[in-house]
Design a protein around this ligand. Sequence first.
Ligand SMILES: Cc1ncc(COP(=O)(O)O)c(C=O)c1O
Length: 370
Amino acid sequence: MLHTLTSPLDMIGRSKGELDTPALVVDLDAMERNIRLMADFLGDGPVKLRPHMKTHKTPQIALMQIRAGAAGVTCQKVSEAEAMVDGGVEDVLIANQIVGPVKIHRLMDLARRARVMVAVDNADNVADLSRAAVATGVTLGVLVEINHGMNRCGTEPGQPTLALARIVADAPGLRFLGLQAYEGHVVMLPDFEARKAAVEQALAIAMGSKALIEADGLPVPVFSGGGTGSYAITGRYPGVTELQAGSYVTMDVGYKRIGMPFECALTVLTTIVSRPRDGVIVGDSGLKVITPEFGMPDIVDLPGAKVIYLSEEHTKIEVSEPLPEVRVGSKIELIPSHGCTTFNLHDWVYMIRNDVIEHVWRVTARGRSQ
Ligand SMILES: Cc1ncc(COP(=O)(O)O)c(C=O)c1O
C-alpha cells in the first residue's frame, strides 16, 4: 500500500522495500552480532571498549554498545560529545584537541553534566583548559596524546610526553589520567602480520613513555587507543586499558577488504532510475548520500553488477549480464566503502530486522563538526 510520508517515524513497522530512497539502513541482527563479537573478544579482560561514535553518530547505537559492556564513547568533537550526552551517554572521551574559548566553554558545560576526558598535546592549551576548569568549578580528566607513528597530532615520545604529563598533573582543575594514541597510519594494512608488527611497534613506543611517566611518580591509569583494524592487536596489548574501535559496529567495504570478521550491516537503499543502454543501470544514490574516499560501494546480491562512478545524485553501475529482474523502479542496496562519512550525510537511519523497520533513529551528531 502506498504511504504518504509525513515523518520518517511513520515507517516503523513497515517493510524495508516501502522506504523511499536513498535511505540509510542498518541490519539490526548483523549489527547486534558485531556488538556481541567485540564484547566477547574483550570479555572481562583489562581492556574496556570505548567505541568511537564518529561511525554512527547516533546515541541509541552508543547505548546498545554500552549495554554490551562499553565504558562510554570516544568522540572527536565537542558537538559530537554534546549529542551523545544529550542522548543519555554519561562517559565521553574527546580524543582530540579542544582549542579556543567557545569550544572550551562548551567543554566545561559538558563536564558539569557527564564524565569527560579530553586529549591535549600543547602546554598553552593545557593552561586554557585549566583556567576554564577552575572558573567553572569542574575537574576535567586529561589524556596526553602521544605521537607513536601516525604523525598527526601528539607529543613526541619520551621526555616531551613526560614534560606535558607533568604540566597537566600540576594544573589546577585538571586531572592527568594517562595517554591517548591512535595508530591510524597502520590500521588498514591489508596483511595481518604486517599490520600486527606495525601496531606493536607503535604501541611499544607509547608504552616506553608510559613507563617513563610512571617511573617519574605519576600514575597512568588510562591508555586509550586502537581502531577496528587493530582491535585484535591493541585489544590484547599489555598496558592498553581502552579500545576506541568504531567502524566494527556497522562495518564497511574498506574494512571488509582487509578481512575484518565483522559483518557489513550498513547499506544505502537505492532505486534504479534508468536503464539507458545495454550494460549500464543507474541508481539514485550519489555523492550526497554515500562517500567514495575509500573506493566505490559494493552492491548486495547482484553478481555481474559493479558501481563504477558516483555523481552528485546518480550511481552509475556497469553490468556484465542482462539482469532482467533489475527494472526501472527496482531497489538495490549499496554497501559504503566508508561507513563513518556516509552516516554523516544522513538525518535518519532505518533499523531493520527481517525486512521490517523496527526503529527509525535520528543521526543526531551528523554534521557536528565543531
Ligand atoms: C582517535 C581515533 N580513535 C579511533 C578511531 C577508530 O576508528 P575505526 O574503528 O573506524 O578504525 C579513529 C578513526 O579515525 C580515530 O581517529
